[in-house]
Design a protein around this ligand. Sequence first.
Ligand SMILES: NC(=O)c1ccc[n+]([C@@H]2O[C@H](COP(=O)([O-])OP(=O)(O)OC[C@H]3O[C@@H](n4cnc5c(N)ncnc54)[C@H](OP(=O)(O)O)[C@@H]3O)[C@@H](O)[C@H]2O)c1
Length: 352
Amino acid sequence: MTETALTVHQTARPHGFPTAGHFAFVESPLPAPAPGTALVENLYWSVDPYHREMMDGDFALNAPLEGRTIGRVVASRDPALTEGEIVFHRQGWRTHAVVTPGEVRRLPRFEGVPLSAHLGILGGTGLTAYVGLTRIAELREGQDLFVSAAAGGVGTATGRLARLMGSGRLVGSAGSAAKAAYLTEHVGYDAAFDHRSGPAAGLLAEAAPEGIDVYVDNVGGEQLDAAISALRERGRIVRVGTVAQYNATGTPYALRNLPDIVEKSLRMEGFLVSDYPHLQEELYEFVVPHLQSGRVGPDETVVEGFDRIVDAFLGMLRGENRGKMIVRAPGERRTDPGSRTDPRTRLRHASR
Ligand SMILES: NC(=O)c1ccc[n+]([C@@H]2O[C@H](COP(=O)([O-])OP(=O)(O)OC[C@H]3O[C@@H](n4cnc5c(N)ncnc54)[C@H](OP(=O)(O)O)[C@@H]3O)[C@@H](O)[C@H]2O)c1
C-alpha cells in the first residue's frame, strides 16, 4: 500500500467556466484510522455537474471536497467494517478516506455488472432518470419523449429506461453529431440532433414533427423553450437540471412561451434525487436483469487515474463524456470481477 494520500482542493471561485487552476492536488501522509473508523482506498470516483454549482460557494476553499466514490476498506478499527470489503461513501476527490460505519453503504454485487455501474445507471444518475420517468413524468406506454443532454449520464439512463418502459418516439439532443449518432445507434433513441447546429425550436420540430408528451430537461434555456412549444396538451416537463447555465456569465435565457403552460395545461415539476432513496431497490429490480442480459449497457466514459480527476470533471462540463463520467484507479478493472469490456459503452476517453 502507498504511504501518501492525495486530496483535491478547490483553491479559488470561478467566474464562468472553471479551469485546472481552480484546483490543487494536496499530498499528505496516509491517514491512520482512529478507533470506530476505517481507512478506505478509493477505486472509482463520480464527477458531476452539481460539483460545478458547489464551486460557487458550497465547497470550502483549500479543504477536501465531497463526491460519490466507491472504495475498499484497507485498515479497520471497527468490527462493523471488514478489511477488503467494498463500500460506497461521499468522501470523493481523494485517494483515501477515513470513514465511520454510519457513513458508508454496502453495495449489492450483481453477477456480470461492473462496480462502476453503482455510480451510473444503478446509482444517483440512474435513480434520477427512474424517478423522473416514473414519479414525475408518470410516463405511460406509447408516450413520446424529448430528452436534453441525452448522451450524458442521466440522459442515456433516461433513454434506456424509457425504452424498457415502452415509450413511444424517443428524441434526444447532444453537443455533437457524433454524440447524436451514438444515441440512435447504441442507446435506443429514434432521433437525435446536435444542439449546437441551429436553433433548438427548428431542430426539435424536425425530430419530433408530431410533438411530444414529456420533456426531460437536463439543461434549461433555449431547449426548454423549444420543448414547451413542442409539448401536446397535458404534457409534462421534468426539471432535472440546468447545466446550460452553470458556467454562464450573462443574463439567464428568458423563456418566451410561458403562456403555453396555461393554454396547453402543461405540468412542470422539479425534484431532487436525494428525496427518493426508498426507490433504490425498485430501480435494481427493474434494471439489473437488463444489465445482466446486455440489453442495457452501463453507458460510461472511464478516465483512468486519480491524477486526471480534474480533467475528467472539466471534460464532463465541456461534454466530452458519453454516458456517466467516471474516474477509475489504475489497474482497478483487474480486481473487479463484475467488469466486462464493451467497446461501445466503456470508452477510455470519448472523443467528441
Ligand atoms: N435533480 C437531481 O436530483 C439531479 C441528479 C443528478 C443530475 N442532475 C442534473 O442532470 C443533468 C445531467 O447530469 P449528468 O450527471 O447526467 O451530467 P452529464 O449529462 O453526464 O454531463 C453534463 C452534460 O451537459 C451537457 N452540457 C454542458 N454544457 C451545456 C450547454 N451549455 N448546453 C447544453 N448542454 C450542455 C454536455 O453534453 P453535450 O455535449 O451533449 O452538450 C455534458 O456532457 C445536470 O443538469 C445535473 O445537474 C440532477
